[in-house]
Design a protein around this ligand. Structure first.
Ligand code: XUL
Ligand code: CO
Length: 437
């Protein structure tokens, strides 16, 4: 059978930190134990079908630059089948345990809805076989509710109920496809769920529509017995100016307001957090502290650019900050680290996909090792614990137990007077953190 990546003969090897070979791992050793789990089980890496196999390099200024051999078939279904074969060859050679897709990445959308569904079913059958043959699994599936012109004013939040119905029908099939492939999660990214101007938008109504949509999805999952985790992926802007799922805090507020909290966790994407004006670790922490960090889209933006550049992560320190949060909550459960990332438009050779993923995997593996060491040493945790020590003392305990009142606290301040000031020691802590690299 024809190979799509003939330059890579075998599985990418681990060569250790001294290697200068860009086609080898320096840190990612899947079976290496880190704390109680193997690296592979901590990191649960996944490849994003849409960027890695379907992206063309097209941008607003120029045509496609990625001339992928798997996209050269004569019919759309032949291309889809070649793409699937290329994908599984890539997963195996890279040594990655998971992948993620949108329905329309896997199978082409054609003239009628019924025919598009048939295409999806046929591709799911083929993917299932390849999963069985290789042991590679589906981290999550999702539906593309943003590419087709029918969704230009939103899917669930569309002013036209006919479009809402179309989106519902599409998601029904995407959830069923995910279940058929044993997907561990199902993701909702609100592609065009947002607005450009309030002159034509009833925001309250659109929020209510979105909530109805999510409730229907929950009902459908229950009806068919899908036990994967539902995830919402926050993003503040792009494609619309005001995306409804702005950030982790906004999504949690929305889920709480519409009685959906029990059914969803969050898929936090680094580049989305920074577009919202947060750091990656801020949104990870916000999700995690609410028991809602379900999965991660591992990428990075460019500090000089204000849009979603979806680049591969290469900064082990950033990855360590993320992994500290993941380790502290005992792992990602059903979730994983999905590389929602693409090589730059000028990196158009198929082999660039290997360079990109290998460096992303190494960045996170290096970050994991540092995070585990930081946790084991406990210096940062100890500092934070001591910083809040007064809440274990008498006033602090009374405050947090609800015993204290404004009046009782006034009394204690009359007695105790001015508090002593303590330095936050930020630079010292940054220096400790840096010593792990
Ligand atoms: C878009 C984005 C999506 C989701 C899946 O910015 O991140 O690719 O991850 O729809
Ligand atoms: Co994403």
């Amino acid at each position: 059978m024809k190979e799509f990546f003939p330059e890579i003969q075998d599985r990418i090897p681990y060569e250790g930190a001294d290697s200068k070979n860009p086609l080898a791992f320096k840190y990612y050793e899947p079976n290496r134990m880190v704390g109680q789990k193997s690296m592979e089980d901590h990191l649960r890496f996944s490849v994003a079908y849409w960027h890695t196999f379907k992206a063309t390099g097209v941008d607003p200024f120029g045509a496609a630059t990625f001339d992928r051999p798997w996209n050269r078939g004569t019919t759309p279904m032949e291309q889809a089948e070649n793409t699937l074969r290329a994908a599984f060859e890539f997963f195996q050679k890279l040594g990655v345990p998971y992948y993620c897709f949108h329905d329309r990445d896997l199978a082409p959308e054609v003239e009628t809805f019924a025919e598009s569904c048939k295409n999806l079913e046929s591709m799911v059958e083929k993917a299932k076989q390849l999963q069985e043959d290789t042991g590679i699994k589906l981290l999550w599936g999702t539906a593309n509710l943003f590419g087709h012109p029918r969704y230009s004013h939103g899917a669930a939040t569309n002013p036209d109920a006919h479009v809402f119905a179309y989106a519902a029908a599409q998601v029904k099939h995407a959830i069923a496809a995910t279940m058929e492939l044993g997907g561990a999660n199902y993701v909702f990214w609100g592609g065009r769920e947002g607005y450009e101007t309030l002159f034509n938008t009833d925001m309250k109504r659109e929020h209510e529509q979105l909530a109805r949509f999510f409730h229907m999805a929950v009902d459908y999952a229950k009806q068919i017995g899908f036990d994967g985790q539902f995830l919402i992926e926050p993003k503040p802007k792009e494609p619309t100016k005001h995306q409804y799922d702005f950030d982790a805090a906004t999504v949690l507020g929305f889920l709480g307001a519409y009685d959906l909290l029990d059914h969803f966790k969050l898929n936090i994407e680094a580049n989305h957090a920074t577009l919202a004006g947060h750091s990656f670790e801020h949104d990870l922490t916000l999700a995690s502290m609410n028991g809602k960090l379900g999965s991660i889209d591992a990428n990075v933006g460019d500090t000089l650019l204000g849009w979603d550049t979806d680049q591969f992560p290469t900064d082990p320190a950033m990855c360590a900050k993320a992994m500290l949060i993941v380790l502290a909550q005992g792992g990602l459960g059903k979730g994983g680290l999905n590389f929602d990332a693409k090589p730059r438009r000028g990196s158009f050779d198929p082999i660039d996909l290997f360079y990109a993923h290998i460096s992303g995997m190494d960045a996170f593996a290096r970050g994991l090792l540092a995070a585990q060491q930081i946790m084991d040493d406990g210096l940062l945790d100890k500092f934070i614990e001591e910083r809040y020590a007064s809440y274990s003392g008498s006033i602090g305990k009374q405050i947090m137990s609800g015993e204290a009142t404004f009046e009782s606290l006034e009394g204690s301040i009359m007695e105790k007077g001015e508090p002593s000031l303590e330095s936050g020691r930020q630079e010292m802590l940054e220096s400790i953190f840096m010593s792990y690299f």
